[in-house]
Design a binder for this molecule. Structure first.
Ligand SMILES: Cc1ncc(COP(=O)(O)O)c(C=O)c1O
Length: 326
């Protein structure tokens, strides 16, 4: 299989480091642990969306667009990274955010403002509806907006994670390492779709396990499988079915999206204090909390190697300061 990658704008610091988590691994007493540092993709404090945005921004430029529009929650990492990409490329940026404007702008929201994005508060209106309205207003002013879906999770964005798997396989080969499981936070599904398709394309022999952050496993699995198949077509790979390879665990949804629980608190504290690495309260804290639980109940053997793919999100830590220290 040979993907035909479309145009890309070089924005990320790649390859991101592949590191050992020896102290955490020893503390938990389970499998060998590794980490892939996509929190270090460079632009705007890093994160997984930069890989997607390299392809999305290239597509926007190719279509002659001069303004990026996307949406998300008030602490959306995707929105923050989109705002930074727009600034870097000299494009306008409008962000449609769920709910009402808060009194204090902190974490990602503070950074959205620093990058000069226009913020629209959707209240309880559907985000897509407000995005269309904003796009209409921009067009009426003679601008050419490019709409990016939630999380950048379409075939263009997912392409970034197909390519990430090529990078990862080269790192494993160079270091003579073997990985049995890749574990990471999954939400809008683009990261997982790209990784699962990339695993097929680049012959990764381990399993790719998404820890759902906010939705039932079956729903996310269906979405990821459809997106991976569509991405394969987009990359000229023909019909590729990955349905059997899309593994999602939804045991760690806790009290819902963005609600910090004891599992997230413990994961963030452990990884910070044993490895000097920051996780985030919404995505990677939840996924690592899940991984820690899986290790504790013996889901992996001592001989296996598990890689945690860090997808970023650390700016949101500052929006959860009081809750983290409670
Ligand atoms: C830090 C972080 N990790 C993981 C994810 C999930 O990635 P995806 O939406 O591609 O499933 C997101 C998405 O917003 C994120 O911000």
């Amino acid at each position: 299989m040979n993907p035909r990658y479309p145009g890309r704008v070089y924005l990320a610091h790649l390859p991101t480091p592949l590191e050992r988590l020896d102290r955490l691994g020893k503390h938990l007493g389970g499998p060998e642990l590794l980490i892939k540092r996509d929190d270090q993709t460079g632009l705007a404090l890093g994160g997984n969306k930069v890989r997607k945005l390299e392809f999305l921004a290239a597509d926007a430029l190719e279509h002659g667009c001069d303004h990026l529009i996307t949406s998300g929650g008030p602490q959306s990492n995707h929105c923050r990274q989109t705002a930074a990409v727009a600034a870097r490329l000299g494009l306008g940026c409008s962000l449609v955010l769920r709910g009402q404007a808060p009194i204090r702008f902190t974490g990602n929201l503070l950074l959205d403002r620093l990058f000069g994005a226009h913020l629209y508060w959707a209240g309880d209106r559907p985000l897509g509806e407000v995005m269309s309205q904003v796009a209409g207003e921009l067009r009426a002013m003679g601008r050419k907006p490019y709409l990016i879906p939630l999380g950048g999770s379409n075939v263009v964005g997912a392409t970034g994670y197909v390519m990430a798997m090529e990078e990862f396989m080269a790192q494993l080969a160079a270091a003579g390492l073997n990985v049995d499981f890749i574990v990471f936070a999954s939400s809008s599904g683009g990261t997982q779709a790209g990784l699962v398709l990339g695993a097929r394309v680049y012959a990764f022999r381990g399993r790719v396990l998404g820890i759902s952050v906010d939705r039932p496993a079956e729903e996310l699995q269906t979405q990821v499988a459809a997106l991976a198949t569509a991405t394969a077509t987009h990359l000229g790979l023909g019909t590729v079915s990955v349905a059997g390879q899309v593994e999602v665990n939804d045991d760690y949804l806790g009290e819902g999206y963005g609600v910090l629980g004891e599992a997230e608190r413990e994961a963030i504290r452990l990884v910070a204090q044993l490895e000097g690495i920051l996780l985030d309260p919404v995505y990677t804290g939840r996924a690592m909390g899940g991984l820690i639980d899986l290790i504790r109940w013996g889901a992996f053997t001592h001989r296996q190697t598990v890689l945690f793919w860090h997808t970023g999100g650390t700016p949101a830590l500052f929006a959860y300061g009081d809750e983290l220290l409670a």
